[in-house]
Design a binder for this molecule. Structure first.
Ligand code: XMP
Length: 319
C-alpha cells in the first residue's frame, strides 16, 4: 500500500538530486496542490525555493492573508507577494464574455508572474502542483474534454518561451494521496481538505461584469455559504461548493422597504474527478440558514437561488 512517509523521503531525495544548488520558483494558488508541492520542495531544498503568490483580486475572503500567514510566518518559506488586483480589474473592465474573461485573467497572471520571476533572481526550475489526472487530461489528443470546453491555465497555458525546467513532484499522485502527503507535512486540515477553486477565481463566478464592488459582495456571499456548510458539518461530503453573483436584479422587501438588488446562486456538487458531478441534496435547513443570512447580511443581494443542475449538462462553474 501507499506509504506517505516513504513517498516524501523518496521525493525529497529526488528533488535534491534534480535541483542541485539551483533555485526553484513555485507559484502558490491558495489551493492544496501548489501548497503541498511548495512545502514538499521546501522540505527538500529550503531557501533555494522561492514562492510567488499573485493576488488577482479574484480570491475568496481572507485568502491572501491565510496564504501569507501559513507560508511566510508558519513555514518560513521565501514568498514574494504580488498585489495585482488593480491590473486584473482594469484589464477586466467592461468584459462579460466568459472565454474573454478567462483569457484576460490568464494573460495578466502570466505577465505578473514573469515580473515576479525576474525579481527572484536566477531561476532554473518552475515547480507545479500537477497531479496524475492533470497529466492524463493534458495528454489526451483533444487536450482533454474540459480543455476544449473552457480554457484552463494550469497545464496548457505556459508560454512557449518558457526557459525553466519543470519540477512536478506530485505528478504520480491522485488528489487523496496529495491530501495525505499534505497532512504528513503538517499542512492544516482546513487547507488540505479545501474544495477545488478555479484559477480564474471569482472572475468566472461574478457573472456579467467583474467589478471590485460586485466581487466584494460575492466574497461575502461565498463566505457565509461555506461557513453554514462547515457549521452543518457537511463540508467534507461535498466536492465543491460555490456561489455566483448574477447580473439580474429582482424586487424584494426588507422591513417596509422595497429593495431592488442582484440575485445570487448557490451551487454544491458531489463528484469523483470533476468530469461529471451531481448536485448536492442539502438538508433544507442549511439552505434556509444560508439564504436568510445572505439576504440579511450582504448588501446588494436580496434573492438566493440553489442550482440543481448536474454535470453534464451543466459545468461545475458557471463560466
Ligand atoms: P467545470 O466548470 O469545467 O470545472 O465543470 C471542473 C473543475 O475544474 C475547475 N476549474 C478550473 N480549475 N483553472 C483551474 O485550476 C481553471 O481555469 C478552471 N476552470 C474550472 C472547477 O472549479 C471544477 O473543480
Amino acid at each position: 500500500d501507499w506509504d506517505m512517509g516513504f513517498f516524501i523521503s523518496t521525493a525529497v531525495e529526488e528533488i535534491r538530486r534534480k535541483v542541485g544548488d539551483k533555485q526553484v520558483l513555485c507559484g502558490l494558488s491558495g489551493g492544496v496542490d501548489s501548497a503541498v508541492a511548495a512545502v514538499l520542495i521546501h522540505e527538500a531544498i529550503g531557501d533555494q525555493l522561492v514562492c510567488v503568490f499573485v493576488n488577482n483580486g479574484l480570491l475568496r475572503k481572507g485568502e491572501a492573508d491565510m496564504v501569507l500567514k501559513l507560508f511566510r510566518d508558519h513555514y518560513n518559506i521565501r514568498l514574494q507577494y504580488a498585489d495585482a488586483e488593480d491590473a486584473f480589474l482594469s484589464a477586466l473592465k467592461g468584459v462579460t464574455e466568459p472565454e474573454a474573461k478567462r483569457k484576460i485573467i490568464g494573460k495578466v497572471f502570466i505577465d505578473t508572474f514573469y515580473d515576479e520571476a525576474r525579481k527572484a533572481g536566477e531561476i532554473s526550475f518552475l515547480a507545479q502542483g500537477t497531479l496524475y489526472p492533470d497529466v492524463i487530461e493534458s495528454k489526451s489528443p483533444s487536450g482533454g474534454p474540459s480543455a476544449t470546453i473552457k480554457s484552463h491555465h494550469n497545464v496548457g497555458g505556459l508560454p512557449e518561451d518558457l526557459k525553466w525546467d519543470l519540477l512536478e513532484p506530485l505528478r504520480e499522485l491522485f488528489k487523496d494521496e496529495v491530501r495525505a502527503v499534505g497532512r504528513e507535512l503538517g499542512l492544516p486540515e482546513e487547507m488540505v481538505n479545501r474544495h477545488p477553486f478555479p484559477g480564474p477565481g471569482l472572475g468566472v463566478r461574478c457573472v456579467g461584469e467583474v467589478t471590485k464592488e460586485r466581487l466584494d459582495t460575492l466574497r461575502d456571499v461565498d463566505a457565509i455559504f461555506i461557513e453554514e456548510i462547515r457549521k452543518a458539518n457537511l463540508y467534507d461530503d461535498i466536492w465543491q461548493a460555490l456561489a455566483c453573483l448574477l447580473p439580474v436584479k429582482s424586487v424584494g422587501v426588507q422591513g417596509d422597504e422595497r429593495t431592488y438588488e442582484e440575485v445570487c446562486s448557490l451551487r454544491a456538487v458531489t463528484s469523483e474527478d470533476a468530469m461529471t458531478a451531481d448536485w448536492y441534496r442539502f438538508p433544507p435547513d442549511v439552505l434556509q440558514h444560508a439564504s436568510s443570512r445572505i439576504c440579511n447580511e450582504v448588501k446588494g443581494v436580496n434573492r438566493v437561488l440553489y442550482d440543481i443542475t448536474s454535470k453534464p449538462p451543466g459545468t461545475i462553474e458557471w463560466e
